[in-house]
Design a protein around this ligand. Structure first.
Ligand SMILES: [Zn+2]
Length: 286
């Protein structure tokens, strides 16, 4: 029986038609475990490329080019890493900014909800733990902000990972949306923004949603949204990124509903927003 090669990191290969790397899903013969050569496959880029070639009974299996390794299980980090950072009372630029914005009580609340902390090695950096819907720690993002404006520090290295790949090469970490742990136990709709800062600010001013952050555009995918299955989801792209997010939203399956908000666009003139501004920028101006 012929089937798609199940997804794992590096399971996708270069598409023979459009030439884009890591976009072609291969076929596997489930009876023998052999993988069909990359002449056969389906390209991710359904609209831009559309390559789709299934092997038939006659397709000879060439030398097996890829030996399917059992996927390495995901490693989870000890939750004590979150506690250590939460109880670190060193200077934290983001907290200074946040306290001015939403007050002491507001800040205490979001700190507890999102388990925010202070970096143990990078002075002034806030820590954004990525805890999944099962309460498991996946990674910790550490970021330096300007304490007055709340803008991300522009210098190189102002964004770090608590567990860098080069430092922990044997850990098989897989990121999740920041704030994922907050979606369990309630049926509030889920709002996805790009940055952790925006999710935190929005959660204070618009508490009727579960606010989660994709952290990067690449993270916005069907694969990463699997833990949100069966929920109502609204995407809040940064100003100018709507077309990309709308395209991506089409590939996200299994949600009760998925919408791309045009709230930012609608208000962009009134509040004098620029390309790249996000919901937090709009909230700050309101
Ligand atoms: Zn292609």
């Amino acid at each position: 029986m012929v089937s798609f090669l199940p997804y794992s990191p590096n399971s996708k290969v270069r598409c023979p038609q459009c030439g884009k790397p890591k976009r072609l899903t291969l076929f596997i013969n489930l009876n023998t475990g052999e993988i069909y050569p990359p002449e056969f496959g389906v390209c991710d880029r359904i609209q831009a490329c559309g390559y789709n070639k299934r092997p038939d009974k006659k397709s000879q299996l060439e030398q097996v080019k890829l030996i399917p390794k059992p996927p390495k299980p995901i490693d989870y980090l000890d939750i004590v890493e979150v506690e250590k950072r939460m109880s670190n009372n060193a200077k934290n630029h983001f907290f200074e900014f946040l306290k001015n914005l939403i007050g002491k009580e507001g800040m205490a609340k979001v700190r507890e909800q999102y388990k925010l902390g202070t970096s143990l090695i990078h002075p002034g950096f806030v820590t954004f733990p990525q805890i999944d819907t099962e309460g498991r720690l996946r990674q910790i993002q550490e970021v330096l902000y300007n304490p007055k404006t709340g803008e991300r520090n522009k210098k190189k290295g102002s964004q770090r990972w608590g567990f860098e790949k080069w430092k922990y090469p044997n850990l098989n970490l897989e990121m999740t949306y920041f704030g994922s742990h907050l979606i369990t136990g309630n049926d509030k709709p889920i709002a996805i923004v790009e940055s952790a800062k925006t999710a935190i600010i929005a959660s204070h001013f618009i508490p009727s949603y579960n606010w989660v952050a994709s952290i990067s555009l690449g993270m916005l995918s069907n694969e990463r949204c699997k833990s949100l299955k069966g929920r109502n989801v609204v995407l809040f792209p940064d100003l100018g990124a709507e077309p990309i997010w709308k395209k991506k939203a089409k590939y996200i399956k299994g949600m009760t509903s998925i919408k791309v908000s045009d709230y930012l666009n609608k208000n962009s003139k009134k509040y004098n927003l620029n390309n790249g501004d996000d919901l937090a920028d709009l909230i700050l101006k309101q």
